[in-house]
Design a protein around this ligand. Structure first.
Ligand SMILES: O=c1[nH]cnc2c1ncn2[C@H]1C[C@H](O)[C@@H](CO)O1
Ligand SMILES: [Zn+2]
Length: 367
């Protein structure tokens, strides 16, 4: 019988995070400070606790489109070099304090040019913020490595430009590309040029797919666009049926996803808020983990969900009875799927992750 890890053990356990939005992870107090400094006067609440509650409630309507409307207020205060640097630096420090040892954090440069910044200035400000935050975390005794993903908005038309930006900054901390935003009505094939360019450049990308729209979106992301990973991908369960023997039977797309080890960046709390799943207890992560899909656990938007990676893992421990060994499995899956060179992924797994779980008393893995 598995002993459930305590919240403190979960926090101390080394964790890897592949899906976290910079503009969805601000501290509420920072949103308020930046609004004052930059003259942004449209915030819906004036104290940090009220603002935190507002984000959580407004993002919990059951609709992805309404969830996305809340970003107007975070993006609204992230329009200067100073604001972008501060948010990125605090992000690195908050992740490190939560025991995250490797994170890929994404944001959409095109959303941060309202006050006249150039796309390059936006990217450089965020990279500098991550550098400063990582340095501050190290000084506090916590080591975290951050890779940046550049996101293009799927309803807009700047994906090729953003893909080129990702390639231009690939040696300066940008490790990949993504598309995000409303999914229904905006299939990933609208951005085929960007994905074809990235593949020619041997670059990595993930695509938000199978969150608010189903199998066709996942199929396009993989088989037309060539995504390395899927953001969410929860709707892959639509391709599972129950066979005559009562065992789950995989359709062709689900089999492809499992058999070619496509990483699924699953975000339990966010999926409940947008209505992609009914509750954490009913999240497909339980079934997909049993069936051996390459599942990873992520935060998506820490501010909108009032969460951390430790909390997402604790919710799964409560729902599915996971032990430290399961959390290590999710973590190793994430690290294997990171957009880092193979030798660097292996070093993090062998030198940091496995010893970290062993120190907490996790049983050695069978393989
Ligand atoms: O879960 C999501 N699905 C689709 N789009 C999302 C999600 N979370 C955040 N975004 C959007 C809103 C942000 O402004 C943008 C870039 O981070 O990505
Ligand atoms: Zn997301």
């Amino acid at each position: 019988m598995t002993t459930p890890p305590t919240p403190e053990q979960i926090r101390l356990a080394p964790k890897a995070l592949l899906h976290d939005h910079l503009d969805g992870g601000l501290r509420a107090a920072t949103v308020l400070d930046l609004a004052r400094e930059t003259g942004y006067d449209r915030l819906p609440a004036q104290g940090p606790a009220e603002l935190e509650t507002w984000f959580h409630e407004a993002a919990s309507s059951g609709s992805l489109e309404r969830y996305l409307e809340t970003f107007a207020h975070t993006v609204g205060v992230m329009q200067t070099v100073g604001a972008l640097q501060r948010v990125a630096s605090e992000c690195a420090q908050d992740l490190a304090a939560d025991g995250v040892v490797y994170a890929e954090v994404r944001f959409a440069p095109e959303l941060h040019v309202e006050e006249g910044l150039a796309l390059e200035q936006v990217v450089e400000a965020v990279l500098e913020g991550f550098r400063l935050g990582t340095q501050a975390a190290a000084a506090a005794g916590r080591s975290v490595r951050i890779g940046t993903l550049l996101t293009a908005m799927r309803h807009a038309a700047r994906s090729s430009e953003i893909a080129e930006l990702a390639v231009r900054y690939r040696d300066a901390g940008v490790v990949g590309f993504d598309i995000a935003g409303a999914e229904a009505g905006f299939p990933p094939t609208r951005h085929l040029d960007a994905f074809e360019y990235l593949r020619r450049e041997n670059a990595h990308f993930t695509i938000h797919a199978g969150e608010a729209f189903g199998l066709p979106s996942i199929w396009e992301a993989l088989q037309w666009c060539g995504a390395d990973r899927l953001g969410h991908g929860v709707r892959i369960v639509d391709d599972l049926t129950v066979g005559v023997d009562g065992a789950p039977k995989l359709g062709r797309l689900a089999a492809y996803v499992r058999d070619t080890r496509v990483p699924l960046e699953m975000c339990p709390s966010s999926n409940v808020q947008t209505g992609a799943v009914a509750s954490v207890a009913e999240h497909p992560i339980g079934l997909l983990r049993k069936l051996g899909f390459r599942v990873t656990v992520n935060t998506d938007n820490r501010l909108m969900s009032g969460t951390t990676l430790s909390r997402e893992m604790a919710l799964l421990v409560d729902a599915f009875g996971y032990g430290l060994e399961d959390l290590r499995w999710f973590t190793v899956n994430a690290m294997k799927s990171a957009f880092l060179p193979f030798d660097e992924r292996l070093a993090l797994i062998e030198d940091i992750i496995k010893p970290g779980y062993a120190a907490l008393g996790a049983a050695p893995s069978a393989r």
